[in-house]
Design a protein around this ligand. Structure first.
Ligand SMILES: Cc1cc2nc3c(=O)[nH]c(=O)nc-3n(C[C@H](O)[C@H](O)[C@H](O)COP(=O)(O)OP(=O)(O)OC[C@H]3O[C@@H](n4cnc5c(N)ncnc54)[C@H](O)[C@@H]3O)c2cc1C
Length: 476
């Protein structure tokens, strides 16, 4: 299904619109897109440089009912940023201005295309930082983080991106500019539309400017690693740490399969066991917190718990950040079916990981698990030979069984990667039919013609048979 997007050349300057195959195809994939997603290349890629550009493009696209899919760094894992029905890919990466830093209020105003790491660079001299950065913070943008409600290793202490978003400027599908939220630390003035845009994956409005809250950099930062005799002991230690109120800034789990993969990929020599990597942030009293952590871990039979110097910690965090690459390059004959990202209440962490590992073992498939364990978040991969359709189908079933079990445990199908194309089938299972129907009605209020990132989130919007209109009640 293609759309005539020639009108864009009348709206934007030369160099702000591309119709070449190379540019269109680069916007037909993100990091998680797979063939079965049926993503398509856009008909044109537009590169707005201002809020006015975004508003002009959206108003014109709305008039012509041309789909518009916002695209930033394209690091999404669920096909969130790629068009399902061609049209315009709206690339926000040129809107990468740091507008203003207000250290006295711990605030920064940025364009949506600013990288997460650039936020930290802009405020470092003021002794500030943006705590909820995802592991992809040096690759991904503020707009993408808001739209996917990203979170990261420090979420266990500081919360997710939504907790640090104060105010947004955004443009509706019809081209109207509005602001939502407040620069005040708190507000109870009406519906919080800023919160509604968080996690909306570009389906409601396009974010053109954001005011983020910042935190003071702690005076003391210390990390370490704990080696456990079993995966169960490690997950029990995580749950106990959280339940006991341990003030930990990062607590990341890596199971023995993932450890072996990290060793192979990074040339490391980590023990062949389940491990926790931890980090503490404090202005005083960090030794007491580490001692408390040690006693907790000892009560779960930890084999070894050592704090580490900066260099050693950097290597451990790098190993953790590169885990997705370590998994996918472990065996040239095997590929992960999808990047798994489920989250359960923390008391269920051990249970869901045991289930994932057992389902893999039942089918003789490798299932490495790692993740932001303190949040109950598990990243898992089911590895299969892509040239073996039977094995790939079994791996798909194992993958979905794990998602289904997480939902049954009161958890979520997607802890931080969003719904995109890959998790649509779970939306109703997780939230129920009434809640999803309310979501459709919200979508219609922002986007009456369903032009903004159509085909995402809602289960019925599949590719087969072309574009499917959302199943909404009629006006009368
Ligand atoms: C190696 C790796 C590690 C990762 N680690 C983490 C992690 O620790 N935690 C985590 O949460 N995620 C992680 N991710 C996933 C991903 O990086 C995040 O979701 C990130 O926030 C996406 O940002 P982006 O700039 O790449 O956005 P894109 O992928 O380009 O877009 C994301 C979504 O936002 C929409 N969008 C983009 N810009 C706007 C805008 N201005 N207005 C409205 N909608 C917009 C798009 O349509 C799309 O739906 C990881 C990915 C990789 C590749």
């Amino acid at each position: 299904m293609s759309h005539d997007c020639g009108f864009l050349t009348d709206l934007l300057d030369d160099g702000q619109v591309a119709f070449t195959d190379a540019t269109r195809e680069s916007h037909a994939v993100d990091w998680g897109t797979r063939e079965s997603d049926h993503a398509t290349a856009p008909d044109a890629v537009a590169f707005p440089e201002s809020t006015a550009d975004v508003a002009t493009v959206l108003a014109a696209a709305h008039e012509r009912e041309v789909p518009v899919t916002p695209y930033a760094a394209g690091t999404s894992m669920e096909g969130n940023a790629v068009p399902s029905f061609a049209g315009i890919s709206l690339d926000l990466t040129r809107m990468d201005t740091v507008h203003e830093v207000r250290p006295a209020d711990l605030q920064i105003d940025v364009g949506p295309g600013v990288l997460g790491s650039a936020v930290n660079e802009a405020v470092a001299d003021d002794g500030l930082f943006f705590p909820p950065l995802p592991s992809s913070g040096d690759l991904s943008t503020v707009g993408g983080m808001i739209a996917n409600d990203a979170s990261g290793m420090q979420t266990v202490k500081y919360g997710e991106v939504s907790d640090w978003l104060l105010e947004v400027e955004a443009v509706t599908a019809t081209g109207e500019v509005f602001t939502a939220g407040s620069k005040a630390k708190k507000t109870s003035a009406g519906y919080n539309l800023a919160d509604l845009l968080v996690g909306s994956e570009g389906t409601l409005a396009v974010v053109t400017r954001a005011t983020l809250e910042l935190a003071g950099r702690p005076a003391q930062i210390r990390g370490g690693r704990a080696v456990f005799p079993s995966l169960d002991a490690a997950t029990d230690a995580v749950a106990d740490a959280i339940q006991s109120g341990l003030d930990v800034a990062r607590i990341e789990l890596v199971d023995e399969t993932a450890t072996a993969m990290a060793n192979a990929y990074q040339g490391l020599d980590l023990p062949d066991s389940a491990m926790l990597f931890v980090e503490f942030h404090a202005n005083h009293g960090i030794d007491e917190e580490i001692a408390f952590c040690r006693s907790l871990f000892e009560s779960h039979g930890v084999d070894q718990f050592d704090t580490a110097g900066d260099e050693e910690m950097d290597a451990l965090w790098e190993a953790r950040e590169e885990m997705a690459f370590a998994v996918s390059s472990y065996d040239p004959d095997l590929s992960p079916v999808h990047p798994g990202d489920i989250t359960v209440p923390v008391s269920k962490l051990g249970k869901i990981i045991r289930y994932a590992k057992q389902r893999g073992a039942d089918e003789s498939l490798l299932v490495p698990c790692f993740g932001h364990a303190g949040d109950g978040n598990v990243h898992y991969s089911v590895l299969a030979d892509p040239d073996d359709p039977e094995q790939s189908a079994v791996a798909e079933t194992v993958y979905s069984d794990i998602v289904a079990r997480a939902i049954e445990m009161g958890g979520t199908a997607t802890g931080e990667h969003g719904v995109g194309l890959g998790k649509r089938e779970y939306l109703e299972r997780e939230h129920g039919a009434v809640a999803v129907q309310l979501m459709r009605q919200v979508k219609r209020a922002f986007d009456p013609s369903d032009i903004l990132n159509p085909g995402k989130l809602f289960p019925e919007t599949s590719k087969e048979g072309g574009r499917v209109t959302l199943d909404l009640p009629t006006e009368d």
